[in-house]
Design a protein around this ligand. Structure first.
Ligand code: HMG
Ligand code: MG
Length: 283
């Protein structure tokens, strides 16, 4: 029996590769995105227009967007921390962009050199311009249960930030357990608070598997109505400004799990496995 649709948002080429120690040539990144495009994803995050001094791994993002074979029906997404990054993403032909805030002050400063309030001010003109162009903007919130600098994060803080980003025009809020500290209990408490602020159909779970609990956290999220999950092929990933943020939950494992439960993902498991082999060979 089908339990209905469930989407995997592929973030490997961005959240994965941004954290790899090896300098990965643009051609390899393009090959990975092109392989993923054939798997059935509707959205693939493959670029990040951040300062190359902060994240050198993403420096070739414009070339990646220029080099890929764009498949119809796939939206190629890019991370944008400020207007400069947003303008670069537009010029490079990104189909959607993502702003990224943190639910904790410590991570906000370390990751984007701004307080949470300052980051919202930086995002406002992006959302304003995007509204006029019909450019979809996704909103990430990091550290939704725990921050590597400030410790535990209150569900109410996440809910109020989600409320703000949604009201500013983000079409979806992706909730990041950046260091994989979440448990089914803490994820449930966080989601119950956020669901009161933003419709659950506009939420996504972005879980890192640092402590091996990402899949259990996905199960909890499913039971609370979340139907979009971010994942990185081959379990690539982490965040350079979150010590201990190892891999994102692996796409191939999430897809197999969702299909076994009876959800429809539209993702071809065989192609994802091939992409996972490719991703692992790039490390
Ligand atoms: P800053 O140093 O405060 O900014 O950085 P600034 O305005 O003083 O600029 C410093 C330099 O960067 C200047 O160059 C700017 O021109 C340049 P200089 O004059 O020194 O030669 N610059 C840029 N260059 C390219 N693209 C830009 C850009 N903006 C300024 N867009 C800034 C502030 C936000 C730029 C910096 O902190 C930054 O780039 N941070 C990004 C960090 C990052 O990418 N982290 C990983 C992604 S977040 C994540 O992974 C979490 C997530 O997966 C969810 C989860 O797991 O929780 C999304
Ligand atoms: Mg992440």
């Amino acid at each position: 029996m089908s339990l209905g649709p469930c989407e995997i948002f592929e973030v490997g080429p961005r959240d994965g590769l941004q954290n790899e120690a090896r300098e990965i040539p643009v051609s390899e990144k393009v090959a990975l995105v092109d392989k993923l495009s054939g798997a059935g994803f509707v959205r693939i995050e493959c670029a990040s227009f951040v300062s190359p001094k902060w994240v050198p791994q993403m420096a070739g993002s414009g070339e990646v967007l220029a080099g890929i074979d764009r498949r119809e029906g796939v939206r190629y997404a890019a991370l944008t921390p400020n207007m400069r990054g947003y303008e670069d993403a537009l010029a490079a032909g990104a189909d959607e962009v993502a702003i990224f805030a943190s639910a904790s002050e410590g991570f906000s400063r370390k990751n984007i050199n701004a307080t949470i309030a300052e980051s919202i001010e930086r995002f406002a003109p992006i959302l304003e311009d995007a509204r006029h162009r019909d450019m979809p903007v996704r909103g990430y919130i990091s550290c939704v249960v725990e921050c590597p600098y400030d410790g535990a994060v209150a569900p109410a803080s996440v809910a109020s930030l989600a409320d703000k980003l949604f009201a500013m025009g983000c079409y979806e809020i992706s909730l990041g357990d950046t260091i994989g500290a979440g448990t089914p209990d803490s994820i449930a408490r966080m989601l119950l608070a956020v669901r009161d602020a933003v419709p659950v159909g506009r939420l996504a779970g972005h879980y890192h598997d640092t402590n091996g609990r990402a899949m259990a956290n996905i199960d909890t999220s499913l039971s609370l109505g979340v139907r979009v999950f971010d994942a990185a092929v081959g379990g690539l990933g982490g965040c350079p400004y979150a010590p201990g943020a190892k891999g994102n939950v692996a796409t191939e494992a999430v897809n197999a799990h969702l299909l076994a439960l009876g959800y429809e993902t539209g993702i071809d498991q065989a192609v994802v496995e091939e992409a996972a082999d490719l991703a692992r060979s790039m490390r």
